[in-house]
Design a protein around this ligand. Structure first.
Ligand code: SF4
Ligand code: F3S
Length: 134
């Protein structure tokens, strides 16, 4: 089998693992940005149908290879930390690569959990990039 697009239309398509076929169709993902740092409310986790959130010490990220772009998590975040990749604000662009990098290192989180006790305090802080813990 040569060339990715032929997987979708060629006679061998049924022999290609589902995840490989999905990757060919997914052009974008949703991205968790700076506002999540030290807030980590995890409301987003409960609605994700494919469990693609990953948990770090003080932030979550989305595995871009698993996200199916359903948008369900976006309105759930109290601090509006989640954007479609194409809509990530310029000042947050580094989080596109950071979601991919950290999703490969961090463990899945599949259930909502209590936010840090000082989450509401941190929700008002805009400049938090330097506080991200890996
Ligand atoms: Fe999960 Fe959908 Fe949000 Fe992607 S857009 S992280 S699939 S809830
Ligand atoms: Fe973070 Fe918002 Fe989810 S604060 S953990 S992206 S609900």
């Amino acid at each position: 089998m040569q060339g990715g697009l032929y997987y979708e239309v060629g006679p061998e398509a049924s022999q290609v693992p589902t995840r490989t076929r999905d990757k060919l169709l997914i052009l974008m993902a949703y991205i968790v940005t700076e506002s999540c740092i030290k807030c980590k409310y995890t409301d987003c986790v409960d609605v994700c149908p494919v469990d693609c959130f990953r948990e770090g010490p003080n932030m979550l990220v989305i595995d871009p290879d698993e996200c199916i772009d359903c948008t369900l998590c976006v309105p759930e975040c109290p601090v509006e930390a989640i954007f479609a990749e194409d809509d990530v604000p310029d000042a947050q662009h580094e989080f596109i690569a950071r979601n991919r990098e950290l999703a490969a290192q961090w463990k899945p989180i599949i259930e909502r959990k209590p936010a840090p006790p000082d989450a509401d305090q941190w929700s008002k802080v805009k400049d938090k990039k330097h506080l991200l813990e890996k």
